[in-house]
Design a protein around this ligand. Structure first.
Ligand code: LLP
Length: 443
């Protein structure tokens, strides 16, 4: 996806300097080819399994164009909110291929999803079971669902993105018997069609073992369900979580290796337990879009504190990428206009938000940097745009889709007008008289 021509970084065949000049910085750049290749790798990796379905976890990066690409590639979709669902429906995503997750769905969201005819709910609590049963009864049509189970597996990843352990806000714990109770409740309630079970053990997982373990635990559970209730549930959804390459130390399994390890375990275990071959679902987010993304920033202030540290400030920060501030996540980066130049300095890349914690990268080796250079931070395609904010009222960056030397805007840059568009001023405060605006405000 990257190329270097005369010291200039090219992404998807486009000069990153031209992209920065045409679309401004900060800029999210997404390489379409990489996204499509990852989708195809997932489909190919599970092709040998009799019934597999790959869902894109849209929380990783969602907008109308990304959604179109995912749909064209034939993946199904995981949404967790009315907003994600709405975006999918807005571009004609087939509702039968949409799965609705979320740990506290509102009644309005559930009604919206039922009305839209989505294929399946992933139910997270007894409250949701009752709500769904009630709504489906009123419509006179059964709702299809999976139950989210917490299998009690501790994946070795950051505490905030670990979700499979017993002490979690998500799902029905296996260990306490609540998962079995939920199955029984779902089988008892009218107008519910319980298809199977789901788990998601965490994110940015860099080996296959936790996934294999999850498959094992979940299949044991399906066997217990059959023994206790006589029902053979047919869907096993193992969630997402495959990690990507952020920094040199990250060595994630390939998509093929990940799939092969799961498929082998599912085959072996179903045979041992005498279970029918389940329909197997996975829900990758990060590993579809993460490495397809690069964020371009302009370098501003460079502050050297002799003997302490050099801060290199860029024109974005935690507003467009909160991941270092939140999880201590690490990234690689380079100067897009000095690609391949020898390292000359070690810097801490800081954003321009009013917080000391607004750091993007610590201890980055760079060639001699100067104001106006373009810094390219790599592997920012997942959970950057989707977790962005307007903190300090900075407008959010644009997103451009590149591929084969073509660049197209898919999210336009926010303007100051966008920032105030939702504000309302009660009459008693008066409208205020706008100060004469300078002709070209910096937006
Ligand atoms: N399925 C479920 C039910 C999930 O909760 C998630 C992610 C996924 C699939 C997709 O996981 P992935 O393949 O992307 O690892 N904001 C955090 C990541 C939170 C992940 C939440 N759930 C970050 O920036 O690292």
């Amino acid at each position: 996806m990257f190329e270097q021509r005369n010291g200039i970084l090219f992404i998807g065949g486009c000069s990153s300097l031209d992209l920065a000049a045409s679309f401004g910085t900060p800029l999210y750049v997404m390489d379409e080819t990489v996204i499509r290749e990852n989708c195809r790798s997932y489909l190919a990796a599970f092709a040998a399994y009799p019934a597999a379905e790959v869902l894109y976890a849209s929380k990783a990066c969602m907008n109308r164009s990304i959604c179109r690409i995912i749909e064209e590639e034939g993946l199904s979709l995981d949404v967790v909110s009315g907003g994600e669902l709405h975006t999918a429906l807005a571009v004609g995503y087939p509702p039968q291929r949409i799965y609705f997750h979320g740990s506290n769905k509102t009644l309005a969201e559930m009604e919206y999803a039922l009305e839209a005819g989505i294929g399946c709910f992933v139910v997270d609590s007894g409250r949701e079971l009752n709500l769904l049963s009630g709504l489906a009864s009123r419509r006179g049509r059964a709702a299809r669902l999976l139950l989210r189970v917490t299998p009690g597996i501790e994946a070795h990843t950051h505490e905030f993105i670990r979700t499979g352990q017993l002490d979690s806000k998500f799902g029905f714990p296996l260990a306490t018997g609540q998962a079995m109770e939920a199955v029984e409740q779902a089988l008892r309630l009218p107008f519910l069609e319980l298809a199977g079970v789901h788990c998601h053990i965490g994110s940015q997982i860099l080996d296959t073992e936790p996934f294999v373990l999850a498959a094992e635990v979940m299949l044991d559970f399906l066997a217990q369900v059959r023994a206790k209730t006589g029902s053979a549930l047919t869907v096993l959804d193992l969630g997402g979580g495959l990690g990507i390459h952020y920094v040199d130390e990250d060595d994630p399994p390939t998509i093929a290796a990940y799939a092969a390890s799961i498929v082998a375990k599912v085959r072996e275990k179903t045979e041992a337990l005498g279970l029918p071959t389940p329909r197997l679902l996975v829900e990758p987010g990060r590993s579809i879009v993460g490495e397809a993304g690069v964020t371009l920033y302009s370098v501003g202030t460079i502050k050297e504190i002799p003997g302490v540290r050099t801060y290199l400030s860029v024109d974005g920060g935690m507003g467009d990428n909160p991941r270092h501030a939140l999880y201590g996540s690490r990234y690689r980066a380079l100067l897009a206009n000095k690609a391949g130049f020898a390292p000359r300095m070690r810097v801490t890349v800081a954003g321009r938000h009013c917080e000391s914690g607004d750091i993007l990268i610590r201890n980055l080796e760079l060639p001699a940097a100067a104001e106006g250079d373009i810094l390219a931070v790599l592997a920012t395609g997942a959970y950057n745009y989707s977790m962005s904010s307007n903190y300090n009222r900075f407008p959010r960056p644009a997103m451009v889709l590149v591929g084969g030397g073509r660049a197209e805007l898919i999210v336009r840059r926010e303007t100051y007008a966008d920032l105030e568009a939702l504000d309302l001023v009660p009459d008693r405060l008066g409208a205020g008289r706008p100060t004469a605006l300078p002709a070209a405000g910096e937006e």
